[in-house]
Design a binder for this molecule. Structure first.
Ligand SMILES: [Zn+2]
Length: 255
């Protein structure tokens, strides 16, 4: 795989003519830090490698440091991409929303001065007016937000009728840390990443959060209520941890 290298303005890249990056690792960046005391390597999901370089460390030293740790970098990135089945920050050519059992192919229309928008047909999305990867990811994130709203609000409504547990406000959020939450003022916050999970898992999560409207804890009484509306649901709770592996890499970089 060809490697790409984003040169920071503070680093004279002409001093790095021989910087041979690690084979198989697509995304490197180098950060000069005035506070760092040692050279270090950080790998961020979904596999972005960042080399932190203290002031006055010459380019050759960076290079030999990176090559000395090449195996570790490659293995760490491989581990991460195994966990994130769709690694990379490149906007996708396809989006599959498991909860809806639907799939769209994505195309990008770079017509100059087009208004930023995502046109949706039955099986395709066309992104207009976004001319770089960042803008494209943002446009798709906004589309996901709308999709999440259109799906979650009626889904919660149905379950609220069934359970008699009604939130006052439903918020859709894009976040990395949690699938959902419920506050004391009866606001239900739901992560748009739920769109990538299977329907039974999403249903369980919604019931879990709705049950917090009655019990703001994880007491036996709370779990009994969850079991009442979602038999076997507690088992699904474990699958939620694993659910993060189904979130595509391009989206993770936006959260
Ligand atoms: Zn909970």
């Amino acid at each position: 795989m060809k490697t790409s290298y984003i040169p920071p303005s503070s680093l004279d890249t002409s001093q790095l003519p021989l910087l041979e990056f690690v084979e198989g690792v697509a995304n490197f960046r180098i950060r000069r830090s005035s506070r760092a005391r040692y050279l270090s390597i950080q790998v961020h999901p979904p596999g972005v490698v960042e080399i932190v370089v203290p002031r006055r460390v010459p380019a050759q030293e960076v290079e030999s440091f990176v090559s000395a740790h090449a195996t570790w970098i490659r293995e760490t990135c491989e581990g991460m991409s195994r966990r994130h089945r769709e690694p990379g920050t490149v906007p996708p050519s396809q989006i599959k929303l498991a909860v809806l059992d639907r799939e769209w192919s994505v195309s990008y229309n770079a017509k100059p001065r087009a208004r930023l928008r995502v046109a949706e047909s039955k099986t395709g999305l066309e992104v207009f007016g976004a001319n770089d990867d960042v803008a494209r990811r943002r446009a798709l994130l906004n589309w996901l937000r709308r999709k999440a709203r259109a799906f979650m609000i009626p889904a919660v409504g149905k379950l609220a009728l069934k359970t008699g547990l009604r939130p006052k406000v439903i918020q859709i959020r894009a976040q990395r840390s949690r699938w959902g939450s419920c506050s004391t003022n009866k606001t239900l916050s739901l992560n748009l990443c739920l769109l990538f999970l299977e329907p039974e898992l999403v249903r369980y999560l919604l019931i879990h959060e709705l049950c917090h409207l009655r019990h703001m804890n994880h007491s036996p009484r709370f779990w009994a209520l969850v079991e009442q509306f979602s038999p076997g649901g507690r088992m699904l709770d474990r699958n939620l941890n694993d659910g993060w592996t189904r979130i595509p890499g391009w989206l993770l970089t936006e959260l």
